[in-house]
Ligand binder design. Sequence first.
Ligand SMILES: NC(=O)c1ccc[n+]([C@@H]2O[C@H](COP(=O)([O-])OP(=O)(O)OC[C@H]3O[C@@H](n4cnc5c(N)ncnc54)[C@H](OP(=O)(O)O)[C@@H]3O)[C@@H](O)[C@H]2O)c1
Length: 271
Amino acid sequence: MQVIEAKGFKIPIVGLGTWALRGRDCARLTEQAIRIGYRHIDTAQMYDNEREVGEGVRNSGKRADVIVTTKVQPTLLAPHDLERSVKESLARLRLDVIDLLLIHWPNPRVPLSETLGAMAKMKQEGYTRAIGVSNFTVALLDEVNKVSPEPVICNQIECHPFLNQDKVIAACRQHQMAVVAYSPVARGGAKGDEVLERIGLAHGKTAAQVSLRFLVQQGIAVIPRTSKIERLEENFALFDFTLSDGEMQEIRGLSRQHGRIVDWTWSPNWD
Ligand SMILES: NC(=O)c1ccc[n+]([C@@H]2O[C@H](COP(=O)([O-])OP(=O)(O)OC[C@H]3O[C@@H](n4cnc5c(N)ncnc54)[C@H](OP(=O)(O)O)[C@@H]3O)[C@@H](O)[C@H]2O)c1
């Protein structure tokens, strides 16, 4: 498994997203993904499935080889709330440690320095091995890297061929942070796209695999979600073909100004 290294922390380049996976199915898919070779599982307090993700990881028998990410929900970024919620996450996961703890979304009502201080404390006290952020803009990344007492190793952002994220990706690189792409098959929208289908056909691959390969080939980690066992294999089979420069360029041409799938408009309105 290829890894991305950021500030000494290694992130397997393909992970499993688990948003909307619930109950027995979530535990079963998590376990099966690890059996196939996935070494990176993404959950969050907001997904209400940390218990099942932890169960799947434990049942796989490979806990020591897997990076488990969870995210603190944006209403809990004040230090006291954050610390309590991280302890509760770990209790739900029933794992020895969280591998990667992210701020899920920024919350302008809580000073970033306070949140990052609490995140650092969680690392120093052994609740997590590394810390990072998600949905952070270029300006916020600058601030994070100024005020965080501990290295912030990644920014998890929406990223797929239909959205241009060049500016925030460049900022991550400038700060030596890994980029982790969420919604990397555009919530299923890659399938059926004429360009991705045609390029896939030329390589004996699906449009979803082309979408994922496009990101991986740029050194961006991907965390596709599926509720189907057979697609776990499909989304993992990305390392036996290479997109040409011309194909990469053509895929880049699919990006649109309003290509976002995940709605940001609600994010600053936290109570
Ligand atoms: N940090 C954040 O704010 C944030 C936001 C959103 C998501 N995330 C994380 O990123 C993960 C992935 O993002 P996402 O769930 O939004 O979207 P995604 O992974 O791009 O898309 C998932 C959807 O695509 C379908 N799909 C998956 N593989 C496919 C394939 N090979 N061919 C055709 N369709 C396929 C799935 O359907 P089936 O189930 O039918 O296969 C599902 O409906 C999430 O699960 C979550 O862990 C983080």
